[in-house]
Design a protein around this ligand. Structure first.
Ligand SMILES: [Zn+2]
Ligand SMILES: [Zn+2]
Length: 576
């Protein structure tokens, strides 16, 4: 949809070129709107079949478990929040282990298809109880992507298999034989009748099975046909294109309503404010720093003035800046929050020479640009056979043995998500980050993250520490291993060497019957070990003090960040 030259995006109220109020708004459709007969056939078999199409607002990873003496199973699920084309919010679980659903997150367009309902039976993890509201799941998920569609379906609709009435054939033959043997003396017609009856029963059973199979096959085909029809529905047909303007570093923020707009937009698409006035960068920077972003905080009056501005038909020319540049705001955030330092760390040991490391500390503020996640599922069943022998005796004489063999199996299933995100720093730099599962499981594209880390490096050896991470968009804090707890013990060989030497000397002293040698070795061993212990205590406290001092500036940065979090959130909301 267009007005003048510009494409209209969802949520636009004014034309970006002429500033006119838009009379028609972009609509979103359901799969049934696009293809009205899509479920006609499948509904003959699955009466309650339905589908919901929408956009993912949020995704959170969680686990379900089943533990018993013979198994330990773990499954990964996303708890998603979906806004349908009708504006309804649906929250439900979908499997996180399928190829097409592992990377599901904010902004993805999905159709949740329910031929039947699906209930998850396994227990959810303890932390999942806080946000997973029920045990319902979507059995089939269609992902409407930019380049096409794909779907995943849970294994609850197996393809029909033909049942051969072997039992009836066997039973028929057996009864015929029995009748034949038993009825020699009786009239021959009796078993002829019996066989005839058995044959009729067999025939009827075959016919019934055939009918059942034909029904199951038709049902399965109808289901597959519905999947194939769903696969053809594109996000463009559903009206889910042009949802958001692609973000550019040259974007500006409308000073009146805080909407983010491309650089050369003449009128704000949200409030109709004329924003084409080019502001020299110097003024914008000054404005941004003087106002301390006060101006970009949302104001309630903005919507009141919208209409007035629109009605005035935009005749006046603004003399004051009407927009702030996004890159200026980001530069300012970079100045305030970003931190980078490098220092030397010397790790002292009790019995060997110190080692020198280079420590790099960093505090970053970044937006998640994209994420790519893979599910790593391992499912192993171990079979064990144990044979117990029982010996039988008569009096004291062994007679024979009996053996008792037991087969048992243990199934162990683990499910882990691994992946990477591309982060766009406020400085504009993009960096690929490997995140641990707990952080990755909560991350959506567009989330703002604050990360403090330490990188310890020496020759070809290095250690990486996630000191602190905060998902600002989800309000969740993460702490991992810290450099403060770094430990490394060297010199074990020297310690053993000296102690063995003292031990050998004392043995030699005993053999030679030399009290002097014996006491020298005992006193030597005691002195050496006391020395090693004292040295170890002093070097480890020296190391700890050093690490504390080195981490202090980074920790100060983290506390500064925590204190200004509320204000920062408002500023990041504007950036989107
Ligand atoms: Zn227009
Ligand atoms: Zn505006």
């Amino acid at each position: 949809m267009k007005h003048c030259q510009s494409t209209i995006f969802h949520g636009d109220k004014f034309c970006a070129d002429c500033g006119e109020v838009l009379s028609s708004v972009q609509k979103k459709y359901s799969v049934e709107d696009v293809c009205p007969d899509i479920f006609d056939e499948v509904k003959q078999y699955y009466k309650e079949a339905e589908a919901k199409t929408g956009r993912v607002l949020q995704s959170r990873l969680y686990k379900r478990f089943s533990k018993s003496s013979s198994r330990n199973l773990e499954y990964s699920y996303w708890w998603i929040k979906l806004e349908t084309n009708q504006g309804e919010i649906i929250e439900t679980s979908i499997s996180a282990e399928h190829k097409y659903t592992t990377s599901i997150g904010r902004g993805d367009i999905l159709t949740l298809y329910y031929p039947t309902t699906m209930t998850l039976l396994y227990k959810k993890s303890r932390d999942a109880k806080k946000f997973v509201k029920d045990n319902q799941a979507a059995p089939c998920v269609v992902v409407h992507g930019d380049d096409g569609q794909c779907y995943t379906v849970e294994n609850i609709y197996p393809s029909p298999s033909k049942k051969t009435p072997w039992l009836w054939i066997v039973a028929g033959i057996l009864s015929a034989i029995t009748l034949f043997n038993g009825s020699r003396s009786a009239s021959e017609s009796a078993w002829v009748v019996s066989i005839a009856v058995a044959l009729i029963v067999l025939f009827l059973e075959l016919k019934r099975n055939k009918k059942k199979f034909a029904f199951a096959t038709a049902q399965h085909e109808a289901l597959n046909a519905s999947f194939n029809k769903l696969l053809k529905v594109t996000k463009y047909q559903l009206g889910y294109n042009n949802l958001e303007r692609p973000k550019q570093s040259s974007d500006v923020i409308c000073i009146q309503c805080n909407a983010r707009l491309p650089e050369n937009t003449r009128y704000c698409t949200c409030c109709g404010n004329q924003s084409a006035v080019q502001v020299p960068p110097a003024i914008t920077t000054q404005y941004a720093s003087n106002a301390e972003f006060g101006a970009v905080e949302p104001t309630l009056e903005a919507s009141e003035t919208n209409h007035e501005v629109a009605q005035r038909e935009h005749v006046q020319f603004a003399s004051a800046p009407t927009s702030l540049s996004v890159s200026d705001i980001q530069r300012r955030l970079d100045e305030i929050y970003s931190y980078h330092s490098q220092g030397q760390y010397t790790h002292h040991y009790a019995l060997s020479g110190a080692r020198h490391w280079t420590l790099t500390n960093e505090f970053i503020l970044a937006r998640v640009q994209s994420k790519s996640v893979n599910a790593d599922v391992s499912d192993v069943t171990r079979h064990t056979t144990t044979t117990t022998e029982t010996k039988h005796y008569r009096g004291n004489n062994y007679q024979y043995s009996t053996y008792d063999t037991r087969h048992s199996s243990y199934r162990n299933r683990s499910s882990t998500l691994k992946g990477k995100v591309i982060l766009e720093y406020v400085s504009g730099k993009t960096v690929t980050f490997t995140l641990s599962e707990d952080i990755l499981g909560d991350v959506d594209v567009g989330d703002w993250l604050a990360i403090a880390d330490s990188y310890l490096e020496r020759e070809d050896n290095y250690h990486y520490y996630f000191e602190y991470a905060y998902n600002i968009s989800k309000d969740k804090e993460y702490k991992d291993r810290s450099f403060a707890n770094y430990s490394d013990v060297q010199g074990a060989n020297a310690w053993w060497g000296w102690n063995i030497l003292f031990f050998i000397t004392s043995i030699a002293g005993m053999f030679a019957n030399s009290d002097a040698l014996l006491s020298i070795s005992v006193i030597g061993a005691i002195l050496f070990n006391v020395f090693a212990l004292c040295k170890r205590i002093t070097s480890s406290s020296k190391n700890m003090r050093q690490r504390k001092t080195l981490l202090k500036p980074l920790q100060a940065k983290v506390s500064e960040f925590k204190e200004s979090l509320q204000q920062l959130k408002k500023q990041l909301n504007v950036l989107g």
